[in-house]
Design a protein around this ligand. Structure first.
Ligand code: CP
Ligand code: NVA
Length: 308
């Protein structure tokens, strides 16, 4: 008899589709159990350390990851461009190999998705993408938990609307639709479409439609989502984008087109009076602070899934 256990395969989370449908549902179920106070005790990640690389600003992601790791018994190290050699141009390949000698996992938020792929290719430890210009998969764990809290575990029968920029969060909603099969209708201005590859993959797997008309996207929807008109890194385009996106503002009148049970979602931070009016984001249909709270529970579930 041997006490040798085969090493568990190294798992990264660079996009939502790095999980299978059943793995995603397991992570979401664990997140909901952890939120309700069931399980998660006993320092399951005791003695572990995770490096958190932030090349962009963050409030929710940084705090929820640090608290998640603390609650699971692990230690976290915040690394920014300002005080690491990454900020002076050290490659992701070298950073990955160095950090793999010290820590048990890496979370990274950056601009180019290729940096995260390079980091993952060279790391001997799990890598979690906490936002690139391409996707924001950790956000979707929280958002899908909100939908389950509102409408039940099976999301396949839902209709979700995305109004605004076909950005990193929109791409992640497409990945979620591909995995879980709910209907996704996106209303985006010309030139602001989501990633064509992600769109094509989602269209092959789920009822996904793209329109220029917010009313068409929102009609009968159970959830109406939007995000800022200029994401981090697009600061120079703010003026041009504001003119382009004005007809895509989520207003009370637009929300009236949705299903009577519809909720409003936004990953935050928000620009009130731009992509959404204050009455909607601060109104009774808004679930934006459930989304932010769920970041903690969803990421604890993800960390347990990848690291235990
Ligand atoms: N939603 C989100 O990722 O927020 P932060 O940029 O504050 O982390
Ligand atoms: N689309 C936004 C999301 C911020 C959490 C951005 O990338 O800036």
């Amino acid at each position: 008899m041997t006490d040798f256990l085969p090493p568990s395969p190294l798992r990264h989370f660079l996009e939502l589709t790095d999980l299978s449908r059943s793995e995603l549902l397991e992570v979401l179920a664990l997140g909901r159990r952890l939120k309700s106070g069931e399980g998660g005790g006993g320092r399951p990640l005791g003695g572990r350390t995770m490096a958190l690389i932030f090349r962009k600003h963050s409030t929710r992601t940084r705090v929820s990851f640090e608290v998640a790791l603390h609650q699971l018994g692990a230690h976290s190290i915040f690394l920014s461009d300002r005080d690491t050699q990454i900020g002076r141009g050290e490659s992701m390949a070298d950073t990955a190999r160095v950090l793999s000698g010290y820590v048990d996992g890496i979370m990274i938020r950056t601009f180019e998705h290729e940096e995260v792929e390079e980091l993952a290719a060279y790391a001997g430890i799990p890598v979690i993408n906490s936002l690139t210009d391409r996707v924001h998969p950790c956000q979707l764990l929280a958002d899908l938990m909100v939908l389950q809290e509102e409408f039940g575990e099976e999301l396949r029968g839902l209709r979700v609307a995305w109004v605004g920029d076909g950005n990193n969060v929109a791409n992640s909603w497409l990945n979620a639709s591909a995995l879980l099969g709910f209907e996704l209708r996106l209303a985006v201005p010309e030139g602001c479409e989501p990633d064509p590859g992600i769109l094509a993959r989602a269209r092959a797997a789920a009822p996904v439609t793209l329109t220029r008309d917010p009313v068409e996207a929102v009609a009968g929807a159970h959830a109406v989502n939007t995000d800022v008109w200029a994401s981090m890194g697009q600061e120079a385009e703010v003026e041009r984008r504001h003119a382009l996106f004005r007809p895509f503002q989520v207003t009370s009148a637009l929300m009236e087109e949705a299903d009577p049970s519809a909720v409003f979602l936004h990953c935050l931070p928000v620009h009130r009076g731009e992509e959404v009016t204050p009455e909607v984001i601060d109104g009774p249909r808004s679930r934006v602070f459930s989304q932010s709270e769920n970041r903690l529970h969803g990421q604890k579930a993800l960390l347990l899934h990848l690291m235990t």
